[in-house]
Design a protein around this ligand. Structure first.
Ligand code: FES
Ligand SMILES: [Fe+2]
Length: 351
């Protein structure tokens, strides 16, 4: 199984609300990073390693927009270049730390760990409903999962697990036998199914005022390597003739933006956008249900990770429901291979 994450991609670094005038430390793709805001409010991310004796810069101090190392005071501007060495006039040209492109969107600070020249913010997942009239967005948590991020990505290309893992919140047994459909895209997969004329799931039964049975849907839109948006909802049975008219029902976009922390840990930054009960007081009630559900995923994924580590040679069998997760992994592998080409090209240019 692939464990590598492509570098030329946007990843959620942390919630925007966490990036302040205090130095914060985060870990993405196995690298430790120091993160803060300039006086003008721009987020900054540098490697969290002083190039002198490798002290973490996050142990130092913010001086205006620069970071002063807490060991001997070397000071680095927000572009990573050294601007001061106490007791020494000459600043060597190599006195700098890597600095990463950032972009804020949907309440998150996103980081591009790869070639800065390729960092195009329009590549970050776009959910137009996030800011649209008639919709309400609510930021959730950062759920730490002791599992490789691709195992979480598998789960987020996989509506079939909902009938078994999330019976108290997101699923019920009516969907067990309904096959999933999918289409493959260049950089992702869309997997979905409709469950028609069935009892409403617990989460929607509380808000829907349904007459009886409902038609409900799940559309899992995965954009490699780390963005999964699950469009799910319900309407009175027969009320939605055209599947594209899902706005007529109760509709939620549950967004999962995954940070690969390292090979064995990821963080699920989750939020949701909905078209019903748009009162912020409902956010917490819905989030209580989501927390139950996402912790059910966490529990099973962490157990799978433990098995993978203790039995690395064990073989899996492939089922029909695995077509989308398999495709997602192929796309990620292709992105990793493309990273290699771009760094080889860079080496050729600089060499
Ligand atoms: S370790 Fe940072 S200045 Fe010495
Ligand atoms: Fe799940």
């Amino acid at each position: 199984m692939t464990a590598v994450a492509p570098r030329n991609a946007w990843y959620p670094l942390t919630w925007s609300r966490n990036v302040t005038r205090k130095l914060g430390s985060h870990r993405v793709l196995g690298s430790d990073l120091v993160v803060y805001r300039t006086e003008a409010g721009e987020p900054v991310c540098l490697d969290d390693v002083c190039p002198h004796r490798l002290a973490p810069l996050s142990m130092g101090k913010l001086r205006g927009d620069a970071v002063e190392c807490g060991y001997h005071g070397m000071t680095f501007g927000s572009d990573g270049r050294c601007i001061r060495i106490p007791g020494q006039k000459l600043i060597p040209a190599n006195a700098k730390v890597p600095c990463y492109p950032l972009h804020e969107k949907m309440g998150l600070v996103w980081i591009w760990p790869g070639d800065p020249d390729l960092a195009d913010a329009s590549l970050i997942y776009d959910l137009p409903q996030y800011n649209a009239a008639g919709w309400h967005a609510a930021h959730g948590d950062a759920l730490r999962i002791e599992a490789n991020y691709l195992n979480l990505a598998d789960n987020l290309c996989d509506p079939a697990h909902v009938s078994f893992v999330h019976l108290s919140t997101l699923g019920n047994s009516a969907s067990e036998e309904i096959p999933v459909e999918h289409i493959f895209k260049d950089k992702g997969v869309l997997v979905w199914r409709w469950i028609r004329d069935a009892a409403p799931i617990p989460l929607f039964a509380k808000y829907g005022n349904f007459r009886g049975n409902v038609d409900r849907w799940h559309y899992y839109d995965f954009a490699a390597p780390c963005s999964a948006v699950i469009d799910f909802g319900s309407a009175d049975a027969g009320a939605i003739a055209d599947p594209e008219d899902r706005d007529k029902g109760l509709r939620i976009f549950a967004c999962h933006f995954i940070t690969p922390v390292d090979d064995h840990v990821c963080i699920d930054h989750w939020l949701h956008v909905r078209n019903f009960a748009r009162d912020p007081e409902v956010d917490e009630r819905l989030h209580a249900d989501f927390r139950v559900a996402f912790n059910e995923d966490k529990e099973i994924l962490e157990r799978i990770e433990a098995v993978e580590r203790s039995r690395p040679d064990i073989k899996r069998i492939r089922l029909g429901i695995d077509a989308a997760p398999q495709r997602m992994r192929r796309i990620v592998e292709r992105m990793v291979a493309e990273d290699g080409k771009s760094s080889a090209a860079q080496a050729a240019v600089s060499g």
